[in-house]
Structures are given as C-alpha cells and as structure tokens.
Write a protein that binds this ligand. Sequence first.
Ligand code: NAD
Length: 240
Amino acid sequence: MGGNRNIVILTGAGVSAESGIDTFRDGGGLWEQHRVEDVATPEAFQRDPDLVLRFYDKRREAVQTKEPNAAHNALARLEAKWGGDVLIVTQNVDDLHERAGAKNVLHMHGELLNAWCTACDARSRWTRPMIDRPACPACSASALRPDIVWFGEMPYRMEEIYGALRQADLFVSIGTSGAVYPAAGFVRDARELGVETLELNLERSEGSSWFDETRLGPATEIVPAWVDEVLAQALESGIR
Ligand code: NAD
C-alpha cells in the first residue's frame, strides 16, 4: 500500500490489555467484577451514584500507574511517519495512545481523565477522585460526572468518524471484540465504501468475516509487525 493513503484505525480494550488494563473478556463479561448495567449506564448513576463514582475513581487511579505498550508505540510511530492521514478512533477511555505520542486520537467513548459538569456542560481534565463531589472548575457546582459514554448514550464525534471513513483507503480494527455498536459496525460501513479492511486481534471478533484479512496474536507483537510492514512497503513503493 502506498504511503500517502488514508488509514482509519479503530482500537479497543485489547490494545491496552498488555499494559495491565483488563478487557471485558478478561473478566468473563464483567468489568473489574462489576456488571456493566451496575456501573456503566445513566440509570446506574441515578440509582447508585456512589458506586459508579467509586468504580471510575478506581479506574482513573489505576490508569495513571500504567504505561503504553509496544502496540501504542507502534501506532504513534505509524502516525508520525505515514504520508497520508492516520486517525486513531479509540473505544478506550485510557490515555495510553496519547502517552505513546499519538496526536490524532478520537475518544468515541470519552476519557477517564476528563470530568463533565452536568450543570454548565464544561469538560475539565480530571486526575483526582470524584466521590466527594468536588466543585466544577468552571461554575463551582458539585455536579461532575466521569466524561464517559455509558451504554445507552450516544458516542462522541460520529460525524467526524464517518467523514474519515469516507476518505479512508484502509480500515484497521485492533483488539476489539466487535460486540459494542456502533463501533462494531464500522467494518461493514468501510466495506460498503470500498475501503480495504484488516483485523488485528488475539481472537477473531464477532464480525471477523467482514474483514478482508485477519491476523491473530497479542497486540504487542502483531501491531508493531504490521506497522513495520506497511512502512517498509511505502518506502519501497517510493510514494512517501
Ligand atoms: P472487549 O473487552 O469487549 O474485547 C477485548 C478484545 O480484545 C477481544 O476481542 C480480545 O480478543 C482482544 N484482546 C485481548 N487481549 C488482547 C491482546 N493482548 N492483544 C490483542 N487483542 C487482545 O473490549 P472492546 O471491544 O474494546 O469493548 C469494550 C468496551 O469497554 C469499550 O466500549 C471500552 O470503552 C470499554 N473498556 C475500555 C477499557 C480501556 O479503556 N482500556 C478497558 C475495558 C473496557
């Protein structure tokens, strides 16, 4: 593939697994011993805000002790060296792509290290707990919630994502189970648009048959290998 073409990369929890952040699947469908309905829905937050705030306080604290791995590093390297556009659309709420140096990262499910004020709508970077109902830095109301897209809420920046898919030559899905929509549907959208599709995953995802090609293995091995391959091909083709 020539080095001036556009790539959209969708990442999921599998990219961060080897950094020590559990996927859903690692927990047998539970997220850190909790049912998703109890901690990751607007209804759960209404019903038991303390449980939800504590859950995300723990995730926020933990993520700040983790480091990007070779897969995050390889994607940042691809973005820096590639001649065309590279957009990383991540379902992950951690900041490991950014800490690896990636610049063009779109968090469609929000970010653990952001707070969202439900009183004034401001978003602020947030590294501390929320359980004590801290004041919003913008309006001082005690109405912060994690800036996370919960199940049943609309993912962020969908128009931008579909716009990037329309301009893409290659769609790559990495470390995602293909169970959470609308992200799980991107491969079909890409195919309908005539975009080449590649899956890199530990196991085949639910929508695996939609991909032109699937490569299986741990992200820290197969992602750097794929990045080396495409950068070498681009160099050979002399288009970069
Ligand atoms: P998922 O847990 O449903 O699936 C994880 C996928 O990663 C599986 O396909 C699995 O085979 C693969 N995988 C596991 N270890 C891997 C490895 N070492 N290398 C490559 N692939 C590996 O995760 P999902 O599809 O991202 O959907 C889960 C939802 O949960 C998302 O909405 C996300 O916001 C949230 N979540 C986020 C994080 C995070 O931010 N790091 C962690 C857990 C869940």
